[in-house]
Design a binder for this molecule. Structure first.
Ligand code: NAI
Length: 252
């Protein structure tokens, strides 16, 4: 039985990178709460149409918004059109992200750029583009998807960890800067979640990881989605600038 957050009904929430994985699960969980989910994607339009139908079947409205998070002109046009013609956005989930596992010695400048541009600059630019709109919306909540790797570091993930650590400093700054406007900003740090991003790991590596997790398993994306719904809802109305790990105890 899922917790019901009644104030999420009709709340307009933008979720980036929502075509699959954690983002898609967040979109589904929000739809089940009756939210109007504005889901960002950058690939196949037919898949976006199918996702819109899947989300609306759960309840609430769904609007696809196509842009690449690193294409700031396209992103600004898409959100300006939506907020002008449809409604102010009062929830933002900066979820889109990429990883590229390479030892620091082999990391190429363009790989560093694409990881930072997607995971950190993309979230910063989108939040900035929406900040004027946030002043018109009520009970705004921003959720930034970081990673435990942003707190702990990891072998072969120097650029990814740096981008995710940067997101934490960014989120805390937004929390301070926009608090007077009743805008909250929090970070989720997932551990190992079953998605396409982690699917590429071998069974042996997954078993090794599971040994370092006290709860001895990877998480379902729906578990991250449930936490995201809580942080978007008024049930977390006094929580801002916070960093919440969801990692089965990996960090302990
Ligand atoms: P995923 O690879 O399954 O999904 C990522 C989504 O982001 C995809 O839909 C992709 O198209 C989208 N995306 C990537 N670059 C984009 C761009 N430039 N513009 C628009 N969309 C873009 O990954 P997953 O596992 O669902 O991860 C979601 C978030 O959670 C990421 O930020 C990731 O770093 C973070 N995370 C995931 C963990 C895991 O174990 N799966 C652990 C910790 C954090």
């Amino acid at each position: 039985m899922k917790a019901q957050f009644f104030d999420l009904k009709n709340k307009v929430v933008l979720v980036t990178g929502a075509a699959r994985g954690i983002g898609k699960e967040i979109a589904l969980a929000l739809s089940a709460q009756g939210a109007h989910v504005v889901f960002n994607y950058r690939g196949d339009d037919s898949k976006a149409i199918a996702l819109k139908e899947e989300l609306e079947a759960k309840g609430g409205k769904a609007t696809p918004l196509k842009f690449d998070i690193t294409d700031y002109a396209a992103m600004t046009t898409a959100i300006d059109e939506f907020t002008k013609n449809v409604a102010p956005i009062s929830g933002l989930v900066n979820n889109a992200g990429i990883s590229k596992d390479t030892l620091l010695l082999r990391l190429k400048p363009d790989e560093i750029s694409s990881i930072i541009d997607t995971n950190l600059k993309g979230a910063m630019m989108l939040t900035q583009a929406l900040s004027r709109n946030f002043l018109k919306a009520e009970n705004v909540s921003i959720v930034n998807m970081s990673s435990v790797v942003g707190l702990m570091g990891n072998v072969s993930q120097a650029a990814y960890a740096a981008s995710k650590a940067g997101l934490i400093g960014f989120s805390k700054s937004v929390a301070k800067e926009l608090a007077s406007r009743n805008v909250r900003s929090n970070v989720i740090c997932p551990g190992f979640i079953k998605t396409d991003m982690t699917e590429t790991l071998s069974d042996k590596v997954k078993e090794e990881y599971a040994k370092s997790i006290p709860l001895a398993r990877m998480a379902e994306p729906s578990e991250v989605a449930d936490l995201t719904c809580f942080l978007l809802s008024n049930a977390s109305s006094y929580i801002t600038g916070e960093v919440i790990k969801i990692d089965g105890g990996l960090y302990i």
